[in-house]
Design a protein around this ligand. Structure first.
Ligand code: NAD
Length: 370
């Protein structure tokens, strides 16, 4: 009989829907591993939970996430709630003997991330974070090119992550401007470029950061204005364990930028250029090509796994939700004891420590060791 795995999903907003699509698609796309059984879904109230369970194909639903954790038929839990809930939910799920797939970042406070990591280690269960951008076929190709020495010895890396969802000064004060949600750009999405650095070039050793608030206040719905507590922009110098130097620039107020994670990796024999806004392609410059030297653009195709599992035709392109399907497949591989491309809670904690080092560096105007 086909092996099954019981799935629980907490939260059904932006990421919750992505996880639900991934759980529904992972088997048709990859055709291997255990078949997900969508057992239990939790939302803030029973009515919303029931509606979403019907839409997403879950067998039962609850307005109390602790009931989902207590369900013996749930073996793995997707946590897609706001950051402030991650620690409590992940620790409870691990204590109950479930595997966990938790959205990034791990937690707002470093102590909570440390608690999550300790619990994951003690439980022996798989605890994975939602760092979807490491899963792109072209990001895997970049890793292969680096490993093959195609651009020689890497000496410098530049990363930019820009979006414009906070660019309008008229955007009302909300959760993203509240200190309870975190520092701002560095933990809300700076963790994504850090995940790319981690898988492509390894850990960051020390950072020097400057955070800024393009808008000191925002209008409050219903009248008045309120001082913004988070930093929408960050500029960071960093040095990696392997001596590679780097620059990272982050902005949530960059008009026109929608999902830019621009990566330039400079080596002794070439350069690799990638941007998540055009993640079905990568550019490579290899030194020594004489008069025809120039960047070549390579389009994603079935020769770049796991593109081939989605479509046989090159250049047709994967989408954001496909990254989540790949991530779900890697999670199932990890649960099955196979080698998997995942950022687990231990590597995730190193990313969180880097973020907190950035915040400390800004406060103290100095380099901080991670
Ligand atoms: P969202 O507001 O769209 O969705 C959050 C959902 O959680 C909502 O449906 C809400 O009702 C539900 N929820 C809140 N408290 C709950 C509770 N106690 N019990 C059950 N459900 C509850 O938020 P989002 O944009 O999906 O962000 C969720 C998480 O995903 C955040 O940690 C965020 O950082 C992360 N995220 C990751 C990516 C990525 O690329 N991996 C992108 C966006 C957001």
């Amino acid at each position: 009989m086909q092996q099954r795995i019981g799935v629980g999903l907490i939260g059904t907003g932006y990421m919750g829907k992505c996880h639900a699509l991934a759980w529904n698609s992972v088997r048709p796309v990859f055709g291997d591993g255990p078949k997900p059984r969508l057992v239990h879904l939790a939302e803030v109230d029973a009515e919303l939970a029931a509606r979403r369970a019907d839409e997403f194909g879950f067998e039962r639903s609850t307005g109390d996430w602790r009931q989902l954790i207590a369900d013996p038929e749930v073996e793995v839990v997707s946590i897609t709630t706001p950051n402030a809930f991650h620690a409590e939910m992940a620790v409870a799920a691990l204590e109950a003997g479930k595997h966990v797939w938790c959205e990034k970042p791990m937690a707002v406070a470093l102590a909570d991330a440390e608690r999550m990591e300790a619990e994951a280690r003690a439980s022996g269960k798989v605890a994975m974070l939602g760092y979807n951008y490491i899963q792109g076929p072209m990001v895997r190709l970049i890793g292969d090119l680096l490993a093959a020495g195609r651009i020689g010895r890497v000496n410098h890396v530049r990363l930019e992550m820009d979006e414009d969802f906070m660019a309008d000064p008229g955007t009302p004060f909300g959760l993203k401007s509240l200190a309870e949600s975190g520092y701002g750009a560095i933990d809300d999405f700076g963790v994504h470029p850090l995940s790319l650095l981690q898988v492509l070039l390894g850990p960051v050793r020390r950072v020097m950061a400057h955070l800024s608030k393009p808008y000191a206040e925002r209008p409050v719905q219903g009248g008045g204005r309120r001082a913004v507590e988070t930093h929408d922009v960050a500029s960071i110098l960093f040095e990696m364990d392997n001596e590679v130097s780097g620059v990272m620039a982050l902005s949530r107020t960059a008009w026109g930028r929608k999902g830019r994670i621009a990566l330039q990796i400079f080596g002794s024999a070439g350069t690799i250029v990638f941007d998540q806004e055009r993640f079905n392609e990568v550019q490579i410059y290899e030194a020594g090509e004489g008069t025809t030297a120039g960047f070549r653009t390579v389009l994603a195709g079935p020769q770049h796994p796991p593109y081939d599992r989605f479509i046989p035709a090159p250049g047709h392109g994967l989408g954001f939700n496909d990254l989540k399907i790949i991530e779900c497949h890697e999670l199932l591989r990890a649960i099955g004891g196979e080698p998997a491309r995942v950022i687990d809670f231990t590597t995730g904690l190193a990313i969180e420590r880097t973020v907190h080092a950035m915040a400390q560096s800004h406060r103290e105007s100095r380099w901080v060791e991670v």
